[in-house]
Each structure stands twice: as structure tokens, then as C-alpha cells.
Design a protein around this ligand. Structure first.
Ligand code: CA
Length: 233
């Protein structure tokens, strides 16, 4: 079932949206607090987000930017809901990365039509978000954010998880430290390239208790995951 996340602090609107979306066959997740949105999106991986502009704690506009800067979440379509109808707000919303923009009070059939259009567009332009990745005996579950080796649960930190996910979803591809910085930490974040080596070391340590080391260090280039010994090592 397709999950749609409703981010809205006005309960009456949230209830109205939930009722109509569920009637239309969608599963819904409602979030009323701006500061809970990112973790809820990571947890539920919705197919689309309806995002209210005016939220307590953090604005819809800021959230939109945060979601777009997160490599895991950036492809999820976002429809901004707003009481503001001015042209410049629309431009701000779209330039922050929203895919569409609906002004309150909105008509439910129109909103449903917009949702459908945005879902269709994303399903033809990007691959669906995978729920699981694996390489040899290593398996990662994207829903539970858990790693397993030979079905044994391996405890790793969130950064190590993101690095592993990137490597495992692109097996044998070599990533430079700069690639990893961009893909794992996102743009506009300053991290020392050497920090990556620390996280790679932690990742290896966690994984290698349970099986051979598949993480390859390609000297002066970067890292990859590979079951064959690299000649460049
Ligand atoms: Ca609001």
C-alpha cells in the first residue's frame, strides 16, 4: 500500500486529509511537530509528503530543504500546503525543492489528482526506494535500519550504516572520500575527509567479527565493497 505522510499542525486539516486519503486507498502517517518530521520520514519512507508551510518549531520550507539535502530521502515528492497564496511564496517553496504547491483552502479532489500526478511522475523517473540491499552474506534492511551478516544482527552507528548502504547498493564501484562526503553527509556540511577513514574503520570492526572483510581500501583513491582482492591495494 502506498504511504503518504501528512505533516500538518492543524488537527482539523490533518484529520480531513487522513480521512480522504485513506478513503482513496492510501496508508497515512500524520506528524504535527516539525522537529519529528525527519525521523518519521526516515522511519516510514513515505511515497509522498504533504507538507504544511507554517509549522511550529521548524518551517515547512526548512524541512523541505533538509529532505532534499538528504541523499536517502531526496527523491520523495513533496507537495507544500499553504495558506499563503502569493506568487513569491510559491517560488520560494518550489526553489526549496517542493514538487508542487497547493493553497488552502484546497479542494480534496484536486489535491488527490495532484498526489496521483506526482506519484506517477516519480515512479517513471526514479527507481522505487528499495527496502533491502545485500552483498554476499551482508544484508541491510532499510525499514528497520538494521544490518545482518549470515542473519546475525550487527550493531553499527548511523553514519556507518549510511556508508555501508552506499557501498552495498553500488557493489565494486570505487568511491573517493569526496564522493562519500557528498553522498553520506550531503552538501553544505563540512567534514574532514579523514573522518571517513575513522567511520570506515568502525564499520570494518563491526562487520568483520562475523565474516571476511569485503571493504576494500583503494590506495589514494577511496573505498569500495568487493569480494575479490583489489590489485590496487
Ligand atoms: Ca500550520
Amino acid at each position: 500500500m502506498t504511504t503518504i505522510m501528512i505533516v500538518e499542525d492543524e488537527q482539523a486539516i490533518s484529520v480531513l486529509l487522513k480521512y480522504n486519503l485513506e478513503k482513496a486507498g492510501y496508508k497515512t502517517v500524520c506528524v504535527a511537530h516539525g522537529n519529528r518530521v525527519l525521523s518519521a520520514v526516515e522511519k516510514h519512507l513515505p511515497a509522498l509528503i504533504l507538507l504544511d508551510w507554517m509549522l511550529p518549531e521548524i518551517s515547512g520550507l526548512e524541512l523541505c530543504k533538509l529532505i532534499r539535502n538528504n541523499p536517502e530521502l531526496k527523491n520523495i515528492p513533496i507537495i507544500m500546503l499553504t495558506a499563503k497564496g502569493q506568487e513569491e511564496d510559491k517560488v520560494n517553496g518550489l526553489s526549496a525543492g517542493a514538487d508542487d504547491y497547493v493553497t488552502k483552502p484546497f479542494s480534496v479532489p484536486e489535491l488527490l489528482a495532484r498526489i496521483k500526478t506526482n506519484l506517477r511522475r516519480v515512479s517513471t523517473t526514479t527507481a522505487p526506494i528499495k527496502k533491502e540491499y545485500s552483498f554476499m552474506d551482508i544484508r541491510i534492511n532499510m525499514v528497520e535500519k538494521k544490518v545482518f551478516r549470515n542473519d546475525v544482527y550487527v550493531q553499527i552507528g548511523p553514519t556507518e550504516f549510511r556508508i555501508l548502504k552506499l557501498l552495498i547498493s553500488n557493489p565494486r564501484q570505487v568511491f573517493s572520500r569526496e564522493d562519500l562526503l557528498k553522498e553520506v553527509w550531503g552538501n553544505n556540511v563540512y567534514v574532514e575527509p579523514r573522518t571517513i577513514d575513522v567511520h570506515i574503520r568502525r564499520l570494518r570492526k563491526a562487520l568483520n567479527d562475523y565474516g571476511p572483510d569485503y571493504i576494500r581500501t583503494i590506495r589514494s583513491t577511496g573505498y569500495s565493497i568487493d569480494d575479490k582482492e583489489s590489485l590496487a591495494q
